[in-house]
Ligand binder design. Sequence first.
Ligand SMILES: *Cc1c(COP(=O)(O)O)cnc(C)c1O
Length: 365
Amino acid sequence: MIPVTKPYLPSREKLDKYIDGIYERQWLTNNGPLVQELTKRLEEYLGVENLLLVSNGTLALQIAYRALGINEPVNGKPAEAITTPFTFVATSSSLKWEGIEPVFADIDPDTWCLAPKNIEAAITPQTRAIVPVHVFGNACEVEAIDEIASEHNLKVIYDAAHAFGVNYKSKSLLKWGDAATLSFHATKVFHTIEGGAIVFKRKEDLEKAKKLISFGISGPEMIQELGINAKFNEFQAAMGLCVLDEININMSKRRVVKEHYLEKLNRSFAFQTRNNNLTDNYAYAPILFDSNDQLTLIVDALNEHNIIPRRYFYPSLDSLKLLFCADYGLPTSNDIAERILCLPIYDNVPPRVLAQITNIILKKM
Ligand SMILES: *Cc1c(COP(=O)(O)O)cnc(C)c1O
């Protein structure tokens, strides 16, 4: 079977060495030496400061909201955060879980990221924050979003789960916003089996979040605030250190895959319009068909050959009425969601399979 992606498995020998060390120290969690080492190495690799490892990407969002005080009600009513419906469900469900009302604004038809003019139109007296997503590692219009946020005194938390290692104008895209969150789930381009991180703009927010992820405990016998358990552990860090050593090889192999799709299919299909000043981490290979019918036809043809692409992101979250009591029917997000398909991409898709995939697609168009 050819799945949409496969988790990257690094050198087993190296992983075993790290695990031997964990057995010797018998220090398994609670900010152990490997967690500290991975924090430092990620800050160096990404070119950021104030990075906090947490147990997964969803808790990264939740902790970021709390550290920045977005969950606090406004005039006795739930705060609102303006966000995109074209994303993985966790972007919105994490808001709702924290008692914050997600308010959906529509995306740009070419970049598939939240459109600044739609953000502005969705602001109400309840709005505390903007939660955009750098979808498929494409940069949101960060300058415009920054301007809107400062004009209306809003916090910005980027769900940057897809933007690991992506640079915008020669520096990390993660530097934008009051915080940017990452997911290190097994299916992501950099992973720690499960895991995530928050990159804060300000050191004081990092310090606050460090307490939040460990029950609100600030010292021996000192509990000063409400916290939760979102700690990262030594085994996750061991995996992360090994995957990080090989990240550039992994990305360059994925690059070949994505470039094959672009080269063979870009005359017949639409791709995401990416910012010129942006690098790619080759995490996803999304392609836009003319219609839902065409997409279904092609998915069926690929499935017949045991090739399993995925519809990321479908459905558009504003249509999930049971979850988000929304009834927006945002036209662009719903339209893109109906027509988008993510093709298989991982470090070792065989060239023969790549040719097979593009041949099947071109034959069915
Ligand atoms: C993967 C992902 C998440 C969730 O991360 P987990 O580590 O699985 O909790 C959140 N947002 C987006 C956009 C994602 O792709």
